[in-house]
Write a protein that binds this ligand. Sequence first.
Ligand code: FES
Length: 371
Amino acid sequence: MDREAQWIDIGASEELSKLPLRRVTAKNTAIAVSFRDGEFGAVSNACNHVGGPLGEGRIDEAGYIQCPWHGWKFHRCTGLGEPGFEEDRVPAFPLKVENGRVLVDIANPTKRNKKPHAPHPLARDPKRAPGPLRLAGISTTVMDAANPRFSGSDHLLDHALAAAQKLGAETRLIKLNDLKFRACEGYYSKSYRACTWPCSITQMDPKDEMDRVYEALVHWADAIIVTTPIRWGAASSLYFKMVERLNCVQVDAASHERLLIRNKVAGFIIVGGQDNIQGVAGQMLSFFAELGFLFPQFPYIAHSRGWSHEDMENNVRIVRESKSLAEGAAALAARCLDLAGKLVTADAALASIERGGRKGRPVMADVVDHD
Ligand code: FES
């Protein structure tokens, strides 16, 4: 039943008709006001998905507002979802123009309706399935898959996974080079709330294969070993492409109060022709620590011959032939699994450590100002 109208003056029609879409506030109600072909429209500013600001979006040819965060569409006048999704609708407000002023009745919007969407499989609660310890190896080296070359970091990862199998663990090898996945498109830069778990890209693009990495890290593995070559003093480009896409896991811990990685262990294998192992390891330790991973003693092994060696063929030969490095990779796997085994049984003891690193946590509110 209609409530008593509460018409609010939101501005001069001449002014409001200058922009096709804008956000206005009418008595604390945020409204996406549009103008096209002589007609105004007024719908709720909050998108049905995760609340993106519709008034900051775009209007398509058919008159639908496209949310600026992830592209969901709602008609600018009726609030209905795009064809096929009409049931998914945002509130539309009665609107009239009188004496050159635009008025919106904020008491009588149509009802918001969120059509239930099947949750993405990754969105399930991370809960360890019973069974043997599980180690995922993640290779980040880049190569021509049709014409593969020997990779030192992959070679050592093979040793680590073989050792884990001998210890009774299940293993899974993920080579980023084999996956087709998009680079992070910066939803976080629009708003931290636009950086969702599962990743917005994963939810929107079923062809994107980063879900393999998410599944392994968040749901499957008790321990991971990430390997990288050193490229000009840094980890590989594929490593950073993965890290950017893992931002949604970190944001969940830092901003949405939900720790997806709990009681899991990470180790690293770093192989370079030239140096900066400490810098590369530092970045990896820092990032995976912020995801919530724990580390065994001596959490990485590495090899490099330094600045004065340009003969990469010898570097490759040394890694291929080195018993010591192979044993080091096996021992790293054993250390990771040893700690993972202890954590699996001590699961309850580490139950509540959200925002432990204080990233994204406001500090000023609890500081007493003595000035
Ligand atoms: S599409 Fe609007 S918030 Fe995601």
